[in-house]
Write a protein that binds this ligand. Sequence first.
Ligand code: NAD
Length: 490
Amino acid sequence: MADTFDSLDPATGEVVATFPIAGAADVRAVVAEAREASRWWAMIGFSERKKRLLAWRSLIAGRIDELADLVHREGGKTRDDAMLETILAIDHIDWAAKHAAKVLGRRSVSPGLLSANHAATIQYLPYGVVGVIGPWNYPVFTPMGSITYALAASNAVVFKPSEFTPAVGEWLVRTFAEVVPEQPVLQVVTGLGETGAALCEAGVDKIAFTGSSATGKKVMQACSATLTPVLVECGGKDVLIIDEDADIEAAAQAAAWGACSNAGQTCVGTERVYAHEKVYDKVLHRTAEIMRDLQPGNDGGAAYGPMTMPSQLDVVRRHVDAAIADGGRAVLGGPESIAPPYVRPVVLAEVPETSVAIQEETFGPVVIINKVASMDEAVTKANATPYGLAAAVFSRSAGERIAARLRTGMVAINSVISFAGIPSLPFGGVGESGFGRIHGEDGLREFARSQSVAKLRVPIPLVVTSFARKPYAVRLIADMMRRRFRGGAS
Ligand code: NAD
């Protein structure tokens, strides 16, 4: 009998479900089935795929309570937060289904003067089988950013959900089969890290990985053996910058939500705030005041839930201790806020930029609020970690100017994390936060290979790509180019 593992309710420790650990041979067999399914899925065409994806969207919308309950039990987040991430995922299915044909279908481009006798077209064809490896913190929204867009781009998908949230992964795959019963176009393989590693080596045509930077590097290394392309969505150390002319109440509310929602276990969560010195005291005071009222728990009244992964408690403890040992000030809470499986909100101030608490992802309901003399200083400090996922800027007059200088894949101006809910906006990072994009047009193209076609329309005597060309042909074209581009930029 295959080995199994349990997924647990992080608030109570109760077993939610038990799943098999898929070994390398199991994963290969699933990928082989997916290969067959991918041919059928590609063959049915954009409009039929759209119909099926929209049916899946409607099915999930109709059973949103059931899914949110499962996300709550397995991951620990509040039912409302579980519902919120599902709502966003539904919107993404809708967008991807409705835009795939337009973004990926064949389109004409100008052949240019030199090849004016050709018709030039591009189309985006599926890779075939895409392996999706997911994290636990947004077990619906995050993997669906890859799954949905890969499916809409005509690929079959093999999904390896996090070992902390396999039941959610299984639910998604089971419900997809209700609207696509003919072929196993979306399948699940459950297991620990080794199952993910096996998926990288099972002959898939692309891997979409979301998780920690450390695992992302292992995935990329494994995929390098077969030159399998990878999309890597990793962690962050996101900032929220507050200018002197910002709406302080809105910024403090955003900082509190960005830091504490989902117990701070959000890749694009707010971990650092840089506030202009003219508004710093107000920001610090108001943010701490809001966060003081947030109670973690497992009931309907809780602001957020337990830490999903017990080992993350150690990371949070290490960072809070280091911030204080390095000279930072605990304005709200401190080491005593860590009460497994919960962490009560922590606000730290004036933490040195070299501290591990500033440089590494904490992934807990902890925010560091530091003072800056100018927006130049805020930008420099924001850009000074190896990560580059997302950011938020609060400013009445300079939002876009500050945003443009941030080394991140996404920025929210006068709001926080809002880009994630706009399906047409690509999502992804730079540096240790990874590369490649989900969502939007870029997200569809991420799961397709472009194929360029040049078709001869009218044969002309001036052929240069033939041994039958006339001796003067190349010279004639060179003269033409000289005349065309002589002396100028236009
Ligand atoms: P993780 O790296 O521990 O695990 C992610 C997945 O990789 C899991 O399914 C795991 O089983 C699998 N895995 C582990 N070892 C593997 C290996 N050697 N080869 C292949 N797969 C392997 O990450 P996590 O703790 O599940 O997720 C939290 C991290 O994810 C945080 O850093 C967070 O910031 C990041 N995250 C990023 C985004 C984003 O879009 N950028 C979104 C959500 C989470």
